[in-house]
Write a protein of this length. Structure first.
Length: 103
C-alpha cells in the first residue's frame, strides 16, 4: 500500500490542474539501482492491463507489476528541503538508504 500525505496530495492535484491532466491517474514507478537503492518516477498516465490501481487521498495511483513490490509500504510527502525549495520525497522501508524520520 502507498500512502500520500496531505501536502503531497495537494501538490499532485495542483500539478494535474496546471498540466491539464485532471482525471488522469498518477503513475508511480520504481526501479533498483546498481547500489540497491531505489530510483523513483512519477507522472500522469493511462492505466495498462497489468497495472495495480490504488486510491489514496482521492488520487488514483497506478503502479506496474514490476514496481509494486519495491513501493510496498511507501509514504510520499511534499516537503521544503531548503528555504523555498519543495520536493516530493519517498519514505520507503524497501530502500536500503531509507532512514525513518525521528520525532
Amino acid at each position: 500500500m502507498i500512502t500520500i500525505t496531505p501536502a503531497a496530495a495537494a501538490q499532485i492535484k495542483l500539478s494535474a490542474e496546471q498540466g491539464k491532466a485532471e482525471g488522469m491517474a498518477l503513475r508511480i514507478a520504481a526501479s533498483r539501482n546498481d547500489d540497491s537503492s531505489i530510483h523513483y518516477g512519477m507522472g500522469f498516465d493511462d492505466s495498462k492491463a497489468d497495472d495495480t490501481t490504488i486510491t489514496a487521498d482521492d488520487i488514483e495511483i497506478i503502479v506496474s507489476k514490476s514496481s509494486a513490490e519495491l513501493l510496498k509500504d511507501t509514504t510520499i510527502d511534499f516537503v521544503e528541503l531548503e528555504p523555498g525549495k519543495f520536493q516530493f520525497i519517498f519514505m520507503n522501508p524497501n530502500d536500503p538508504n531509507y532512514k525513518p524520520p525521528t520525532a
